[in-house]
Design a protein around this ligand. Structure first.
Ligand SMILES: Cc1cc2nc3c(=O)[nH]c(=O)nc-3n(C[C@H](O)[C@H](O)[C@H](O)COP(=O)(O)OP(=O)(O)OC[C@H]3O[C@@H](n4cnc5c(N)ncnc54)[C@H](O)[C@@H]3O)c2cc1C
Length: 393
């Protein structure tokens, strides 16, 4: 068992860090889970910063690291990809759109037509096409298979009617991967189809939702008589559940949350060093414990990447990383609030807020982390059923 990175991987990590040092605006705050909102100290337009960095990451080939060469990827290991994700998250860097890079692209490689691959993979790899995921509905979250949005066949098209919600990044996306009911007589996971939907199609409207951190992280998407060509169907008609499961399976690792915890620990150390009254045994105990937990999280995530590189199915191990990493992020944000006292609770509008309100922001978004991409309860169900072989209750 070798826990080390290769020389090339260490060099790759240094290269990413140097790139981010050079390219991020000087006043970049790097809030956790950045959307395209204004994460500079106010100097630049956040959406433009996101798009500029995305293109530069694309030029480096870093948005297609683990895709096979024949599809314009770099055929690098999943561990390399994790190094990239970890560094991006540690700095809260913009420019990386996980739905397209990490989830949709490998799904298209597996299930898409040659035409779909040709149309979408290159712009995704170049950071020129941004995607959102249109799965959840007001009445269908954990029980996704109960979704009601319709995509009914009309000759060589599908006509979509319905509503999606919580679509991260939809406001800034060009396309949406949509899961909708194409067989109106079906129930549950049967009779669903997976469609690629151009968000500029007539009949689509968006309503942004602001989260409690004051950011538009996600949107509702409304579909009214939206015509989607059959060429945009991924996989077989009425068998979109399998494609959607593949896409969700590509979420796999959650190292970004551990990276944010590491960034938080670094900030706490900086704060304690500079603040004598915070130099207590209780505070150093809190941070020592957190450092151990972050290391466990990091190892869990890299192990999943290692399993993936060996071609081993990672489904329930991935659920372990999601459960552990997001719970840890939430706990760490709570500890940071405790340790910083009232200063931790200040938001960016307060001039004396440390790191422009980074701590308060982390705390507020940490709750969503344990819900997005399957709640902690759902992750426990997966671990119990698939990992431990416990009977379904
Ligand atoms: C930050 C964020 C980003 C998101 N981005 C997207 C996105 O881009 N696209 C998208 O489609 N969706 C997105 N979502 C939606 C997300 O997938 C759903 O919120 C999630 O699946 C839970 O669904 P729900 O909110 O309807 O809660 P519900 O399913 O109603 O769950 C409510 C509570 O009941 C528990 N529960 C439900 N079923 C079970 C069960 N079987 N066993 C045990 N407990 C259970 C849940 O754990 C939860 O605590 C996002 C959510 C968040 C918070």
């Amino acid at each position: 068992m070798d826990f080390g990175f290769t020389k090339e991987q260490e060099e790759f990590r240094r290269e990413i860090r140097a790139f981010l040092d050079a390219e991020l605006p000087a006043d970049w705050v790097g809030y956790p889970a950045p959307t395209t909102g204004d994460h500079t100290g106010g100097s630049q337009d956040g959406e433009q910063v996101f798009k500029d960095i995305a293109r530069k990451l694309g030029e480096k080939g870093w948005l297609s690291l683990f895709w096979p060469k024949e599809y314009g990827g770099q055929s690098r290991s999943y561990i390399d990809y994790l190094i990239f994700s970890e560094e991006i998250a540690r700095r809260g860097s913009p420019g990386y759109n996980p739905v397209s890079v990490k989830m949709l692209a490998p799904t298209l490689i597996e299930y898409g037509t040659e035409e779909q691959k040709e149309r979408h993979l290159e712009p995704i790899a170049k950071g020129q096409e941004l995607w959102c995921e249109g799965f959840s509905e007001p009445e269908a979250g954990s029980d996704l298979a109960s979704l009601q949005t319709r995509a009914l066949r009309d000759g060589r098209s599908f006509i979509v009617n319905g509503q999606k919600t919580w679509s991260t990044f939809a406001e800034y996306s060009d396309w949406c991967c949509l899961l909708a009911r194409s067989d109106p007589h079906s129930k549950g996971a049967k009779g669903l189809s997976f469609l690629l939907v151009d968000l500029s199609t007539p009949g689509i409207s968006l309503s942004p939702i602001e989260n409690m951190a004051g950011e538009v992280h996600f949107s509702q998407i409304f579909f009214e008589e939206v015509k989607v060509p059959e060429a945009n169907l991924v996989g077989r008609e009425n068998e979109g559940w399998e494609v959607a499961q593949a896409l969700l399976g590509y979420e796999r690792t959650s190292i970004e949350f551990v990276a944010m915890v590491q960034a938080m620990i670094e900030k706490m150390i900086e704060y304690i060093r500079a603040t004598p009254e915070r130099q207590t045994k209780a505070n150093s105990d809190l941070l020592a414990r957190l450092a151990v937990d972050a290391e466990i999280g990091r190892l869990l995530n890299y192990r999943v990447a290692w399993l993936h590189d060996k071609g081993i199915n990672t489904a329930w191990h991935a659920a372990m990383t999601k459960l552990y990493s997001t719970d840890l992020f939430r706990r760490a944000a709570g500890i940071a609030m405790q340790l910083m006292g009232l200063y931790g609770q200040l938001d960016r509008r307060e001039a004396v807020a440390p790191w422009q309100g980074w701590i308060a922001h982390s705390y507020l978004v940490s709750f969503g982390a344990t819900i997005a991409a399957g709640t902690s309860e759902i992750q426990k169900n997966i671990i119990a059923l698939k990992g431990l072989g416990l009977p379904r209750k």
